[in-house]
Ligand binder design. Sequence first.
Ligand code: FAD
Ligand code: NAI
Length: 469
Amino acid sequence: MSTRRKVVVIGAGPAGYVCAIRLAQLGQEATVVEREFIGGTCLNVGCIPSKALIAAGSLLDKLSHASAMGIHAENVKLNVDELVQWKAGIVGKLTGGVSGLLKNHGVKVVMGTASIESKNSVKVTSKEGTQTLQADDIVIATGSIPIEIPGFAFDEKDVWSSTGALAPKRIPGHLVVIGGGYIGLELGMMYRKLGSQVTVLEATQGALPGQEPDCVKVIERSLKKMKIDLKTETFAQGYERKGDKLHVTIKTKSGNQVVECDQILSTVGRKPYSQGLGLDKAGLQVDQRGFLTVDKQMRTKVANIYAIGDIAGQPMLAHKGSKEGLVAAAVIAGQKEEYDVRCVPAVIFTAPEMASVGLTEAQCKEQGLSVVSGSFPFAASGRAMSLMETDGFVKIISDAKTDVVLGVHMVGPEVTELIAEAALAIEMGATTEDIARTIHAHPTLPEAMMEAAEAVHNMAVHIYQKPKR
Ligand code: FAD
Ligand code: NAI
């Protein structure tokens, strides 16, 4: 064990606070500097509040379809203030919990804006004044912010960023969403379920660019079923307020058009945040896309300065940032550790949900891998039927020679939970045979994983496949 090191972590999001707690667990002296809110984007204006509202939207939607089960939930009313208060309560409990954990572990929390003065000192500015913290090591975990496009400055009145969309005063009559990626579809579908008419403007040829194409097809079908108007190869040019309506000018393949709506939500991506951080004072600079380059031990090119989370590169996901935080803490504490993962799962809380881990077929092809795949549809799952959620499938891609699982892609009920088994399988180097031989409890959704593993060899029991023999 090395000597106790003094570490300043800048940013208390899921990368920074996890790193600070692990540093304390490993006997280091950790201070976290946070300018806005403990828990960062994720707990305050990201993962947690969005999933709370999405759960509320799903419940409302389920009630409106429950008559098929003989449940007639007439006159169900949504009180937006109460919904927002409920969501705020969840955020409060979680951020309070994290503050408590930091305190109990003996991590010092300094509220204020940090800037690097040198490779061993950090200045913190707050309403109370400034102070300088000395550090053996600095961990940068300053996260990311939403990208603004010309003509759509976030005023959180006419034009919401995701933050505005998570604290509505009312449910807009017609919501125009710019960007059909993660946030655009999660929140666009959520608002549709809460009663809005929704139009999504997407610059590329389809929703969720870069995601597994067969899964995306199911989502695009669902958008149609939900009567969400997805306009592809479309760019928003600007908008004008006319009375109580907003007129959005859009450029499409067939020329310019105007879409009238009540609210705009702009979600065209996020960019790493390091403004005013004084990176140059430590001899650091960001790359062209604004990220800090790190090695496998999360070190920047300055040996005692680490970067983790969204600022350290794609994918900009909370769990990837937390993992990097654990690695940085272990390295600082003198352990032999590095970021050595085979895969990072991705989950998208659309309707139905989508989840992926490992390689897609296209990526396997690029890498010259010879692969086989098998799919199992939720339409053949008793559990999915009992949940009235039969859209979607589980698809497993494995190495044709070794049978080792290379990628798993799912769309359907609760797949954001199901993907954990697939991530474990890939990390453990499991084969489809390992998955198929594992007894999966009945009747459960994970049986679809077992059947998809069998389907790779045309041996799924609950769908007909011509035996390979
Ligand atoms: P952040 O969470 O952004 O935290 C950085 C912290 O640093 C902030 O609190 C900031 O105030 C602070 N900071 C910045 N500069 C300074 C400074 N100079 N001094 C002091 N403090 C500073 N990811 C998922 O994995 N799953 C999801 O379901 C998911 N849903 C999302 C939904 C929405 C609407 C959004 C916007 C994002 C979502 N994400 C999700 C992404 C996820 O929130 C981020 O990947 C994650 O928060 C990144 O963690 P981080 O610690 O790197 O940065
Ligand atoms: P995104 O990158 O997922 O999607 C942005 C979309 O906007 C893309 O489809 C892009 O083609 C489109 N676009 C870009 N410019 C445009 C323009 N001018 N007009 C129309 N469309 C345009 O970014 P998003 O949704 O803002 O989310 C940011 C990040 O936050 C995600 O990439 C992800 O890392 C994280 N996130 C993760 C979630 C999860 O894990 N469930 C949920 C929400 C966010």
